[in-house]
Write a protein that binds this ligand. Structure first.
Ligand code: NAD
Length: 397
């Protein structure tokens, strides 16, 4: 196993390709976007991730990493393309299937094909069907799923240190694929079958979603009962076997807010709790919007002028600049579209095309109502006087 072909050079594929190239593998990186390929071949990166630039620069300089629009022959093929959903939360595995078709002509006896994209149960089996339809003798190759569970911001470290789950469509595929991961992973490489590996990744993210939904539901109930939810959770968590997560403005990011739908779509009525949790977390975001609108209206009634509302934070979680599926961004956009006078604040972003980002001290000075949507460090000790404050993320607690 010397040559690796990584298909999809985004947040997962590029760090994986660069890491392997630095471990002396000969790596072909493949992407459908020409600018991505060109940037990488210049030894540069097109995504933000600490340390990745150093890895890519070294890999390209040593000639071990080459990017291209077309796959090449290799011993191991890794598919790391997006798996979003279509309208109505229907999983979209089109990118996986087209990547599979693209590698089919290059596959030879003894090769390993690994799906790393987070995928609905049964996708790895589909890959083997597609390869068969495209002339590959699947009895002579090894096909597996190995889901990725890295945390953006720590990808280069976690790629090596995290435990990995490897599930082949045959036990031989599982063994061969595990052997490959053991060559560069320090964490434990846990072996199972393809379906269990697929479901494990979806389960991890659904677990988070269900537990956050519990906290979000508590926050709505506590508001109704006139109880401080943050104090309540702190107290309840003193029970030795209770560990309630923190509520927020909803659930964002492209994993936890997306992957549970893959289970719900396939599971139908059997996925009651997982579906309801998604709904609770989505509802929490709408509830926050109503709360802010009511506060702005109150101010207007009492002061005979429109309230200026500072929306503090746009990212999907604290201390990052990532806006994907962000409830805070959704809330801010929604309020702007309803003609509220919004001062949008995001200390981790300097410029945003859609609307102006305002420095947080300036926004605080101008605002009548201050709404905390994301618990960024910058917001923790701000002094706020004579303003109405709504804290939906517990940053003031
Ligand atoms: N980013 C994360 O933190 C993370 C963590 C765990 C799992 N995942 C999963 O990993 C998968 C990839 O996610 P990502 O964040 O790297 O996505 P991404 O959007 O950053 O990158 C995907 C890349 O694949 C390319 N691509 C699309 N179709 C292609 C094709 N047919 N052939 C070649 N390239 C193609 C795109 O141009 C893009 O550059 C997804 O299933 C995601 O859910 C991501």
């Amino acid at each position: 196993m010397k040559k690796i072909c990584v298909v999809g050079l985004g947040y997962i594929g590029l760090p994986t390709a660069a890491l392997l190239a630095n471990r002396n593998y000969e790596v072909y990186g493949v992407d459908v976007v020409p600018s991505v390929v060109d940037t990488i071949n210049e030894g540069k990166i097109h995504i933000v991730e600490p340390e990745l630039d150093t890895f890519v620069k070294a890999a390209v300089k040593s000639g071990k990493l080459k990017a291209s629009l077309k796959p090449a022959k290799a011993d191991v093929f890794i598919i790391a393309v997006p798996t979003p959903f279509h309208e109505g939360y229907v999983p979209n595995i089109d990118y996986v299937l087209s990547a599979t078709k693209a590698i089919a002509p290059y596959i030879e006896e003894g090769n390993i094909v690994i799906l790393e994209s987070t995928s609905p149960v049964g996708t790895t089996d589909k890959i083997s069907e597609v390869l068969k339809e495209n002339g590959v003798d699947i009895s002579k190759i090894y096909i597996s799923h190995c889901p990725e569970r890295v945390l953006p911001g720590q990808i280069m470290r976690e790629l090596v240190e995290n435990d990995r789950i490897v599930g082949g469509i045959t036990p031989e595929a599982t063994n061969k694929t595990a052997e490959f991961y053991k060559s560069f992973v320090q964490g434990e490489v846990l072996q199972t079958d393809a379906k269990t590996a697929e479901m494990a990744k979806l389960t991890e993210n659904s677990f988070r979603d269900v537990n956050i939904a519990f906290a979000n539901e508590l926050s709505i109930l506590c508001d109704k009962f006139g109880i401080d939810v943050w104090e309540l959770i702190k107290l309840a968590n003193r029970h030795p076997r209770v560990n309630i997560l923190q509520p927020g403005a909803g659930v964002g990011g492209h994993c936890i807010a997306v992957d549970p739908w893959f289970i719900v779509h396939a599971g139908g009525d059997a996925a009651k709790l997982i579906k309801t949790s998604r709904e609770v977390n989505t509802y929490k975001t709408e509830w926050v919007i109503e709360k802010i609108k009511n506060e702005a209206l109150n101010f207007e009634l009492n002061n005979k002028r429109k309230a200026k509302v500072a929306c503090m934070g746009l990212a999907f979680k604290p201390n990052i600049d990532d806006l994907r599926e962000s409830p805070a961004l959704y809330i801010t956009r929604n309020l702007i579209s309803q003609n509220l006078d919004i001062l949008a604040v995001e200390p981790n972003i300097e410029q945003f095309d859609e609307f102006e980002i305002i420095e947080y001290n300036k926004a605080l000075k101008e605002a009548d109502v201050v709404v905390f949507l994301v618990a960024h460090n910058e917001f923790k000790d701000l002094e706020i006087q004579d303003k109405k404050v709504l804290d939906f993320c517990g940053v003031r607690k």
